[in-house]
Design a binder for this molecule. Sequence first.
Ligand code: APR
Length: 398
Amino acid sequence: MDRVTEESTTVTIIGAGPAGLVLANLLAAAGIACTVVERSSRVHVEQRARAGFLAANTVRVLTGAGLADGLLKHGRRHDTCAFRTASGEFELAYGGLGRGEVHTVYPQQDLVRDLVAAFLDRGGDLRFETAAVAVDGLGTDRPAVTTRGPDGALRRLSGRFVAGCDGRHGIARTAVPAGAVRRYRRDHGVSWLALLAAAPQSMAAVAYGVHPDGFAGHMARTPDVTRYYLQCPRGDDPAAWTDDRIWTALGARLRADRHGPLHRGAILERRVVDMGSDVLDPIQYGRLFLVGDAASLISPSAAKGANLAVMEAELLAAALTALLDGGDERPLARYSADCLPRIWRAQEFSHWMINLLHGPAGDGEEAVFLRALQQARLESLQTSRRHQDHFAENYVGI
Ligand code: APR
């Protein structure tokens, strides 16, 4: 049997995505010892392009913690989205609607890089290429995470708490005994070809193209890189989408003939994402607390994933600090109850966005009916100021 080295910490954090890194930085700032273990290499996590739309609450949390230098310097304000349909284009300048909140566009890999640097600068214990392979003792007051490092050596990190920030396929979720949590889930039945193009954005706003061929999306990232999405059949092979085919489909669905051409460039990334959502309830079990995708997976239709992760990390950091610093157990006991209503609000809005952006194909009775509902939804959003305010509040809010 492999030899296992015993170590101890206060909070063991599994995963160095936005959830784990924000939590680690907030705990370190509060003087609480924590160890972060991350299965992938530093280069991998710092280059993994994912989301990029930071909600006002996310910017507030990061600014308050002194973690926002990069995003305040290089992030770009974003306050308008546009819908392109058969009947034309309408824009919603959401920065002037609802609560007047805007997004900051800052690529997630840049934020991750900033958060890694900030944690290491504070002398934080962050172990890359180190996978959590077992979790035990969750029902005791010394839960432990066994890890395997790059040298193959096993270490058992015991502490007072474990934070499962290891994403949708992580070990933390599976460490909860069957029957202790309920998993709500939905497959939205829609897939997107997620694309990164080496090209500047083609218009100032986020654009949503609603088209009989399927949905197309346009989202800014950096001055040289733009994110696009194309709805595609489930199980489609990304390799079958040549650059030419992609630009032709994007041009048609975003109606470039009417609204102006797209700035083309090489396609840097193409992968198929199946729209799925799930929510665990509760998101804590014994001394284990789930944060980010580990707690709830949300479809990318409204760019909520990273923003929910930061909201939860802030609540958990505050709750752990209240207990470890001040002996107050109540915020930690309430962690799940505090997060879940916000998670469900975000899920509800994302689900509504899916139905706004996608109409089922075909001439069947139900498909035709659902497409008429989609049209009514778009019209309501285009014409009702109250609907627009409600949309804006949910689009940027968490
Ligand atoms: N041991 C160590 N690390 C692990 C393990 C494991 N057994 N399993 C997974 N991980 C790591 C992954 O390598 C990944 O870096 O956990 C990290 C989880 O990070 P994310 O998937 O980014 O999850 P999260 O931090 O919750 O992200 C929040 O940001 O862009 C969005 O789609 C993303 O919605 C998600 C959100």
